[in-house]
Design a protein around this ligand. Structure first.
Ligand SMILES: Nc1ncnc2c1ncn2[C@@H]1O[C@H](COP(=O)(O)OP(=O)(O)OP(=O)(O)O)[C@@H](O)[C@H]1O
Length: 304
């Protein structure tokens, strides 16, 4: 579990993280979204004790990171900037870490296997591709069999196989009851991987909601209806929770009721319908709508 309470980080005049209070729960995959410069990396660094909050607290499994006596067993992290000794093999890299943290050597082979790196375990990491380096980063994060896993942009540089691997792994780790908190710029990836979303914009918390709810808030799912009697049908569908828009002549976009209701009402009135298509709002649209203010502000603030 990660608990942020009034978490704030100021760099000179800039409030990188502004009074953020949020709980990242175990058992679900939580995605961390926000435009560039929103404060995601700074927040993750404070969770991991790499940056000191100006005010507020960041607790991991009930304590600040620095107060844990066995930090690698508590939280595993993959951060964007990783320093790897290029001359070391993948196995040696993990063995050094395991020895330093007092972890059993068996964990090294276990995470090499988990990350699909067993066949290249004896190769020097200096020759690793970005994707292999990313897999080694994830293996490193999981070395201590941690209850909480923090991954900053884990799918960066991964091929489609690697992306699928991260998705499956994140879901498995959550199903095992761990807290999984990961950031990504790939909205489509978030939509299929994250159960819950924490969204930041300009240092502030913009949303802390289930993924489905996030999409619904920004317009939600709808039904596209085509009929020569569209205006008449729009009148029949009108209601307090129903929004009917007309995208083009003879076409309606209906929100608030499902395709069954639209079809039934049309049939009852004897109105022929030539198209009835459920339309899902994309996570990308939802994200853009929710963070528009934050991005506009930043553009004004930092002219290119
Ligand atoms: N060490 C630092 N000194 C000064 N300002 C910093 C420092 N680290 C971050 N910032 C500023 O704090 C703000 C938040 O940055 P941060 O890297 O946390 O954002 P982010 O959401 O991770 O962005 P990105 O997606 O681009 O990585 C930015 O305006 C950044 O310029």
């Amino acid at each position: 579990m990660i608990e942020l309470r009034g978490l704030t980080k100021r760099y000179g005049e800039r409030l990188a993280v502004d009074d953020v209070t949020v709980t990242v729960r175990p058992g679900v995959v939580t995605g961390f979204l926000g435009p560039n410069g929103a404060g995601k990396s700074t927040t993750m660094r404070m969770v991991l004790g790499l940056d000191r909050p100006t005010s507020g607290t960041a607790l991991v499994n009930g304590r600040p990171y620095a107060e844990h006596r066995d930090p690698l067993r508590q939280v595993g992290a993959l951060l964007e900037a990783r320093a790897l000794h290029p001359g070391r093999t993948a196995r040696a890299h993990l063995q050094v870490l395991a020895a330093t943290a007092g972890l059993p050597r068996t964990r090294v082979d276990a995470v090499l296997e988990l990350a699909g790196l067993t066949s290249v375990a004896g190769k020097r990491v200096g020759g690793f591709s970005l994707g292999m380096g990313q897999r080694l980063g994830v293996a490193t994060a999981l070395l201590g069999d941690p209850a909480t896993v923090v991954l900053d942009e884990p799918v960066n540089g991964l091929d489609p196989d690697g992306v699928l691997w991260i998705r499956t792994l994140a879901r498995r780790l959550a199903a095992e009851g761990r807290t999984v908190f990961f950031s990504s710029h790939l909205m489509a990836e978030m939509a299929v991987t994250a159960d819950h979303l924490v969204v930041m914009g300009r240092g502030r918390l913009v949303a802390d909601v289930p993924t489905a709810e996030f999409i619904r808030r920004a317009g939600g799912d709808g039904v596209r209806v085509r009929s020569t009697r569209a205006a008449e049908l729009a009148g029949l569908l009108a209601g307090p929770d129903v929004v009917v828009e007309s995208a083009e002549t003879g076409v309606l976009l209906v929100r608030g009721v499902g395709p069954e209701v639209v079809g039934d009402r049309a049939a009852q009135a004897g109105i022929a319908v030539h198209e009835l298509t459920p339309v899902q709002a994309s996570l990308e649209e939802a994200f853009m709508a929710l963070t528009a203010d934050e991005r506009e502000y930043r553009t004004e603030e930092q002219p290119a």
